[in-house]
Design a protein around this ligand. Structure first.
Ligand SMILES: [Zn+2]
Length: 196
């Protein structure tokens, strides 16, 4: 398998990673990212690292039945039962997890954003409260610093809590068609490209 990584303006001031489709049944992020890339913006100040689709499966888990957002090698990783939230037999057992760990080790990202559904909130980990508030203004979802349930081995814990990288988890409204949400994401990406 291969994971597509698209880099825009690699010599920008700040470096931002945006990851779509962590969970295969939340496919909207791939559409937002690809539509933005099609626009061929030429006034970008920061660097974008886009992964349109991390998980090629169509279910929450990847093809090995692992929830990628529970597979990161964090202090709180734990072996869990084989359900939709199964974190793997060992931490970072999955190719997708290893790909992101490697990318984050090699790059000093100034912000990391993932696109999920369906909770209609902006969740953040690490020093990202101000950025979360700005994204909340742009997309119209409230900021929630605590998603309300434990997430051992999550990407937010790995990047935000344990590495102090501002990390945002956007949870979109799954009841809206992706094209209805596109304008908000274009505004968000433009903000990150120029003003962040
Ligand atoms: Zn998700």
């Amino acid at each position: 398998m291969s994971i597509e990584l698209k880099i825009l303006n690699n010599s920008g001031l700040k470096k931002i990673l945006i990851v779509g489709v962590f969970h295969g049944d939340e496919p909207q992020g791939e559409y937002f990212i690809n539509e933005y890339l099609k626009m061929q913006k030429n006034n970008i100040k920061n660097s974008f690292y886009f992964i349109p689709r991390l998980n090629e499966n169509n279910l929450r888990t990847n093809k090995n039945g692992v929830d990628l957002n529970r597979n990161f090698p964090t202090k709180n990783w734990q072996k869990s039962k084989r359900d939709d939230y199964f974190g793997g037999d060992i931490p970072a057992s999955e190719y997708e997890t290893q790909f992101l760990v490697d990318l984050i080790e090699k790059n000093n990202f100034d912000a990391i954003i993932t696109i999920h559904a369906p909770y209609k909130i902006i969740n953040y980990d690490g020093p990202a409260q101000k950025l979360a508030e700005k994204i909340s203004q742009i997309l119209g979802y409230p900021v929630e610093s605590d998603i309300g349930y434990p997430t051992p081995g999550s990407f937010g814990t790995y990047c935000g809590v344990e590495r102090n990288i501002p990390t945002i988890t956007i949870e979109i409204d799954e009841n809206k068609a992706p094209h209805e949400l596109l304008e908000g994401f274009i505004k968000l990406f433009d903000f990150l490209a120029i003003k962040y």
